[in-house]
Design a protein around this ligand. Structure first.
Ligand SMILES: Cc1cc2nc3c(=O)[nH]c(=O)nc-3n(C[C@H](O)[C@H](O)[C@H](O)COP(=O)(O)O)c2cc1C
Length: 155
């Protein structure tokens, strides 16, 4: 079994989780880069607007998920929606027949609804697990046990 961890992170939270998962699974890691500048106050507003409008964007990534058995995909939530770089990634890559898991660090517990949406966006994949965590808990608490339980499910 080989594993790929793919993530988008604007401010580093989901990157930290991605790296933690990857080190436990000896997985390859790939970062989705949004070619649209998402830094700064104005771009923050536009990011929310783009996400709410379910827009796509131009992205870069390096690894081909076709070469892996299990793909673990993580990103934040913007404006109660899967973010444009993730939406674009899921349209561009072929995950049919692959084992797929999702993780989300977001400000609220909105990830609970998001996992269903993400499963619907990858209808021909085998969904093997989800891990959601709120930002405050991510920053203040030890979530190792929950992360280990997620990793055990997908291993
Ligand atoms: C434009 C924008 C919109 C956001 N909208 C939501 C939201 O609807 N619900 C939520 O729980 N968090 C929302 N957030 C917060 C992020 O999901 C949260 O800060 C996350 O931890 C960031 O992850 P990152 O550090 O990997 O980029 C939003 C953040 C941004 C920048």
């Amino acid at each position: 079994m080989n594993y790929l961890v793919v993530y988008y992170s604007r401010t580093g939270n989901n990157r930290t989780i991605a790296e933690s998962i990857a080190s436990r699974l000896s997985a390859d890691v790939d970062e989705i880069i949004d070619r649209k500048n998402r830094k700064g106050k104005l771009n923050w507003l536009l990011a929310g607007r783009d996400s709410r409008a379910k827009k796509l964007t131009e992205i870069e990534y390096k690894k081909n998920p076709q070469e892996y058995d299990t793909i673990i995909i993580g990103a934040p939530i913007w404006a109660w929606n899967p973010i444009p770089p993730l939406r674009t990634y899921l349209q561009e890559v072929d995950l049919r027949g692959k084992r797929v898991a999702f993780f989300i660090c977001s400000k609220t517990d909105a990830y609970n609804n998001m996992f269903q949406t993400l499963a619907e966006m990858t209808p021909d994949s085998e969904h093997v697990g989800n891990f959601g965590i709120q930002e405050t808990r991510f920053k203040n608490e030890d979530y190792t046990a929950d992360l280990e339980a997620f990793i055990d499910k997908i291993r």
